[in-house]
Ligand binder design. Structure first.
Ligand code: ADP
Length: 562
């Protein structure tokens, strides 16, 4: 495996940029020198035009030729193979050429010295420090203006300091250009650094995006993100598959309202405005919304969740919707319900017959041999229990218990429930106390209320401990009728409390015990209470006991008694 940054592609990219940099440097050298050579040549030609005898001065011509030679070298030297610091030789030789030319031409070409500005700028703009640039400019220009002195006039104080303006000017220029270049270079470096950081963060963003896309396409959940205007901004592979499965035949790219979406019965289309995604786009949070998509054998059940996104100022910014394929689960539950319903129906007829004959035998035949009546009574009791279980299963499968609330004396209903509970309690060694008033008018379904209270009393007996007690109480409050069943039994774990009204739920500790039950009693009780538009609550402490409270809203008392 290659190291990061040393891959063949990275290597060839670096090579390309290095090559481009070198050819830029070569061009810069040639054009810089060409600018001087053109100016030098024009000045020289102008000087010759003014003073023809200049052509007879070998130093003058040598200087010119030297400059031309430097230009030729600039064009031919393989700069890429020479250390870059050697480039500085070019402006230094230029100094010599300009100095010789100035010395030869003397006063006849006073402006020729100004050409020294070219090498000065060159040196100052290269990577040397400002001090070095100024020092080189000073040394070169002083040499240039003082060199002719020994050749011509005597060296006096005035002769030394008369031409000092040019070196001063060139030093200032060197300092100025060097500072500017340094500033510019710093800015370029900062720009390069920020470009590199930007490139890095773009690359990191791409890597994150690739990772996110891979994760999204790997999960087995369909995911869709939409913006505030309802436009798709993200859809993973799974969701794309679901989308195409929900497309009507002949429409490869349907919009949301054209998708084949059905309710729980699998055939009733969901109207566009009630569709989960439409509602999610309008800011609604969905929690396990179930729909069927597609038709025929490829129809799938989806459980849909969504969560709205909001900006910092709380404005709706879109939503994320997840689609879980729950087809297998839904079909398994359906199969279980069908099985329970069929089995219950099959049980009911023979059970009714068994019970009928048992009761007939027990009622009519008074001369049964010793013990037989007792055995038949046990058989009858168990048959009644079985019949009740069958009834419960059928009622639960049907989905609801119809209640028919009528003005009722709840005191009497509770007294009857307490007295049949009393038999079971005494047999289990428990004490059952009925604290409910003997008369308590309310509007309830007496049979269903009795069934609900009976379930609670049965549980209070089943999940109690030897020597424990059960208290039944009831009253009217401003909120309605309150019925309470409290026991001093084993109690319920806090973690189980939120599940005890679920279908077939039994506490783990109870499941491993010998206490009979199938986990339907509390669900039936809750369904009865809910059908009365009431509520049931539970408080419990492990090892101390449990208290169930039923609240059924009531019309004003006068109405009840009338
Ligand atoms: P079943 O009694 O047939 O198991 P229920 O629906 O009546 O089913 O009760 C569900 C579960 O709730 C029980 O299995 C038991 O774990 C718990 N439970 C119900 N009532 C009580 C109670 N009074 N004390 C302790 N646990 C209870």
């Amino acid at each position: 495996m290659g190291e990061p940054g040393h891959t063949p592609i990275a290597g060839s990219l670096a090579e390309t940029s290095r090559g481009a940099r070198r050819s830029r440097q070569r061009r810069r050298i040639i054009f810089s020198e060409l600018a001087l050579t053109v100016t030098f040549t024009l000045s020289t030609l102008h000087g010759i035009a003014e003073r023809e005898e200049l052509t007879s001065l070998p130093v003058f011509l040598t200087a010119w030729l030297l400059n031309l030679l430097v230009l030729v070298l600039c064009c031919t030297v393989p700069w890429s193979r020479i250390p870059s610091r050697w480039v500085i030789v070019v402006p230094l030789v230029d100094f010599v050429a300009i100095g010789l030319s100035r010395a030869a031409a003397g006063e006849s070409m006073p402006g020729i010295g100004l050409l020294a500005a070219f090498p000065v700028v060159w040196i100052a703009a290269s990577r040397v420090r400002t001090g070095t640039a100024v020092a080189v400019a000073a040394a070169a220009s002083l040499t240039m203006v003082w060199l002719p002195l020994p050749l011509g006039r005597p060296i006096t104080f005035d002769a030394l300091f008369d031409p000092i303006l040019l070196p001063v000017m060139l030093c200032g220029l060197a300092w100025f250009v060097s500072s500017l270049t340094k500033d510019n270079r710093q800015r370029q470096e900062a720009l390069r650094a920020s470009q590199a950081a930007l490139r890095e963060s773009v690359e990191a963003g791409r890597t994150r995006e690739r990772l996110l896309n891979t994760v999204l396409d790997t999960v087995s959940v369909g995911l869709l993100a939409v913006d505030a205007d309802g436009h798709d901004v993200l859809m993973n592979a799974r969701q794309r598959a679901v989308h195409s499965a929900a497309a009507p035949p002949g429409n490869a790219d349907p919009n949301e309202s054209e998708l084949l979406l059905f309710g729980p019965d699998r055939v009733t289309p969901i109207p566009p405005e009630a569709r989960p995604v439409r509602r999610a786009i309008h800011g609604e949070d969905l929690d396990a919304e179930q729909v069927w998509v597609g038709t025929g054998r490829s129809q799938r059940a989806l459980s849909i969740f969504s969560h709205a996104m909001h900006d910092d100022d709380g404005t709706f910014a879109g939503t994320v919707v997840s689609f879980h394929d729950v087809t297998e689960l839904v079909l398994a539950l359906q199969a279980k319900d069908d099985f329970l319903s069929n089995v219950s129906h099959e049980f009911r007829t023979p059970l009714t017959s068994i019970l009928g004959y048992l009761e007939l035998t027990l009622e009519r035949d008074g001369n049964l041999p010793d013990g037989v009546a007792g055995h038949l009574e046990v058989a009858r009791r168990n048959a009644v229990r079985l019949e009740r279980l069958v009834e419960d299963l059928l009622a639960i499968n049907a989905g609801s218990f119809r209640v028919d609330p009528v003005p009722t004396d709840v005191g009497r209903v509770l007294a009857e429930a307490a007295s049949s509970g009393q038999v079971r309690a005494t047999r289990a060694g428990l004490r059952l106390v009925n604290r409910a008033p003997s008369t308590l008018p309310a509007v309830v379904d007496p049979v269903r209320l009795a069934q609900a209270v009976d379930n609670l009393l049965t549980n209070a007996v089943k999940y109690n401990r030897k020597g424990g007690s059960i208290t039944l109480n009831a009253c009217r409050s401003d909120d309605g009728l309150i019925v309470e069943v409290a026991d001093t039994g084993i109690g319920i774990e806090e973690d189980d409390l939120h599940q005890i009204f679920d279908r077939f739920f039994r506490s783990p500790s109870v499941r491993t015990s010998t206490v009979p039950g199938v986990g339907l009693g509390l669900l039936i009780t809750k369904t009865i209470v809910t059908e009365h538009r009431g509520s049931i609550t539970v408080t419990s402490e492990r090892g101390k006991g449990t208290c169930f409270t039923i609240l059924i809203p009531q019309p004003a008392l006068g109405t009840v008694l009338a």
